[in-house]
Write a protein that binds this ligand. Sequence first.
Ligand code: SF4
Length: 305
Amino acid sequence: MPGGTGARRAGHGGEGRYIERRVEVKIAKTAGFCWGVRRTVDKVMEVADQSSGPVVTLGPIIHNPQAVARFREKGVGTVNAVGEVADGTTVVVRTHGAVKEELERADGRGLEVVDGTCPYVKYPQAMAQRLSAEGYHVVIVGDANHAEIKGVVSFSEGPCTVVKPGGPIPEIPAKKVAVIAQTTCIGADFEAVVGALALRHKEVRAVNTICNDTEERQADARSLAREVDAVVVVGGKNSANTRHLAEICREIQGRTWHVETEAELRPEWFEGCRVVGLSAGASTPDWVVEGVASWLRALRPQGAP
Ligand code: SF4
């Protein structure tokens, strides 16, 4: 449990009594599972309960090690490729989607596939396919190594370039370019790429594929960071949207910590803090958010004036 300087003597009218001062914890309205993740998690649980054969997810179902561990307890395994799956297995496609060729491979083997891809991830996949078929060079603002982007790239039927947010924008030998974004992209990064390309190419088509949940969560985190003395952002270290939240909060409130669970928290991080904000990524389970919130609520202000 967190330590601290403990109780303080009460002021006017409180002579002889001691009051317990606790740190106030403000939780962002949007903290925890987003609609898309909740939908996929429910789907996995439903399939696990109903299936008589083995069930696996194609890649970690969501980017949260604690949630993946719970699935394992339910007997749901994780594979990285259809080639690892035995016949008769039910394959659940994760929230971030899968590479088109892997889906075709599963189909070719007659495996039962349950599509858990978030509909907001299916949108950039569909746009990459449609715009490339219309002759556009597709530009995706996002992380080329992220599963979502690998999936989106695989749906493009022509040349496709992934531009890292905030990174250099390469020369693209095409008259027509279409720009889409990773669902978790920061709006300003998407805008910067669209603006730069608009000055270089004859035709630039921009399709905003950023998920509303991401924008709301980021706006919520920004206003939270302005109101508190420190921020804790909870979620997988491998979760892009959680990392973005931490970056956004850190720009406003330097005392921002990104943790996966309360086990990583240290009382000295909150020295002098009266109010601590708590935000969490879209893939962070409620029970993990609650674990961190309880730890913070038990914290007593250290060195506060
Ligand atoms: S953040 Fe948006 S795109 Fe990602 S899983 Fe949630 S609802 Fe879907």
